[in-house]
Design a protein around this ligand. Structure first.
Ligand code: SF4
Length: 387
């Protein structure tokens, strides 16, 4: 197998890892067709700062000595494995970057020879890219379970983003999913180290003078955990680890694993978890504001913000010309940008109708049942029809 074949194999095996926002409308870089791009397994992704890049997501090795129940790379599973040497992969990626086929890289790996040794290989790859190939683009590095504190620091000096996947919300749930991963010592502790370095090390010591962002990923439905458990841990991470984002990956059974007969998780659950996590992170919601069922899950059929508004705002609508930002953010249809736009527009004029809101980027029909315009409710077309 040559390097390109190895890359195709490893990137094709990496589809379950998430970074950025999939962005189907991202432009194709000048000289490559979408077919050529797909052959290289480079995918459009939108970074948190809004920048759109072509991201190569790959593994340094699909060999793994661990046996997580849900994972396609678990030891003993029969499939074709491959491994890159750090300099081999760095050279290949440098060529892809020079050809503008990849503008960023997300590098993970199976664990071989222990977490620290595997982390060394990942760090060596990033070092070669940054130093020998003078690569200055986006790098997202995975922190391996079992990595050492000094390795976490080095990763933060090389990368724009680091991630440590918790997979499950707590020790008990992780034991059902990955019996040889240790939740507190191997996963949560390194996340705390990242935060410790972020708050104690001068920014100039990090890559481009900025501490990297931190993300984690959960396998939603993999350990029969509840949404409340997932969101409690996410909320704690938001407040204590400055987590940029929690990713939720709906469990899907993989043939040849102990979970091959476990039913897949409804993708709508993943969607509701994302909605709820954004409410916690950006909209001032607390866990108790979320509409958990008696089984501590979010209802699948209703948007959690809509459910909150239905209970709390239907009879106490928000005055659009007076409300503070935190009140506006509670209204369905008003997002972060919409709330800012309303505050700016109000300095110039009073908002009198839904068309004024539409111009500000608000989903006016969704917001209308929960708003007053100078003491007046405005019925929407849909509301009039349903009366
Ligand atoms: S350690 Fe990572 S790659 Fe290995 S089996 Fe577990 S989840 Fe899969």
């Amino acid at each position: 197998m040559d390097s390109a074949d190895t890359l195709r194999l490893l990137t094709s095996q990496m589809s379950f890892e998430v970074d950025g926002e999939p962005s189907p409308s991202s432009p194709t870089p000048g000289c490559f067709s979408s077919k050529e791009r797909d052959q290289a397994f480079v995918h459009p992704a939108q970074l948190p700062n809004g920048q759109r890049i072509m991201l190569l997501k790959t593994l340094l090795s699909s060999v793994c000595e661990r046996d997580c129940f849900y994972c396609p790379f678990r030891s003993g599973r029969d499939f074709r494995r491959a491994t890159f040497k750090p300099d081999e992969f760095a050279s290949l990626f440098a060529k892809l970057s020079a050809a503008k086929m990849a503008e960023g890289m997300f590098l993970s790996s199976g664990v071989a020879g222990g977490g620290a040794r595997t982390q060394d290989q990942i760090l060596a790859t990033a070092e070669i890219l940054r130093k020998k190939h003078q690569y200055r683009g986006y790098i997202h590095l995975k922190i391996m379970p079992g990595a050492e504190k000094a390795q976490v620091y080095r990763a933060m000096q090389l990368a724009d983003r680091v991630s440590i996947n918790l997979e499950a919300p707590n020790t008990e749930r992780l034991a059902k999913l990955a019996p040889h991963k240790i939740f507190l010592e191997e996963l949560l502790e390194p996340l705390k180290w990242v935060e410790e370095f972020r708050s104690t090390v001068p920014a100039y010591k990090f890559w481009k003078g900025r501490a990297p962002s931190t993300v984690t990923q959960f396998v939603a439905g993999g350990s029969d955990e509840s949404d409340l458990e997932l969101l409690t841990t996410t909320n704690w991470l938001n407040k204590n680890i400055s987590l940029k984002r929690a990713y939720f990956s709906a469990f899907n059974p993989i043939p040849g694993t102990p979970f091959e007969d476990k039913p897949p998780t409804d993708p709508m659950r993943e969607h509701r978890l994302y909605q709820a996590s954004f409410l916690l992170r950006d909209y001032g919601f607390d866990l108790e504001d979320l509409p958990f069922t008696s089984q501590s899950n979010l209802p699948l059929q209703v948007d959690p913000k809509q459910a909150w508004a239905q209970t709390n705002l239907r009879d106490r609508p928000v005055e659009i010309n007076k409300a503070e930002k935190r009140e506006l953010l509670r209204v369905p249809g008003i997002g972060l940008r919409g709330a800012e736009a309303i505050l700016s527009a109000r300095k110039l004029r009073r908002l009198r109708d839904l068309s004024a809101l539409r111009k500000l980027g608000v989903v006016a029909e969704r917001a209308a049942p929960y708003l007053l315009f100078d003491g007046r409710r405005i019925a929407t077309q849909m509301e009039l029809i349903s009366r």
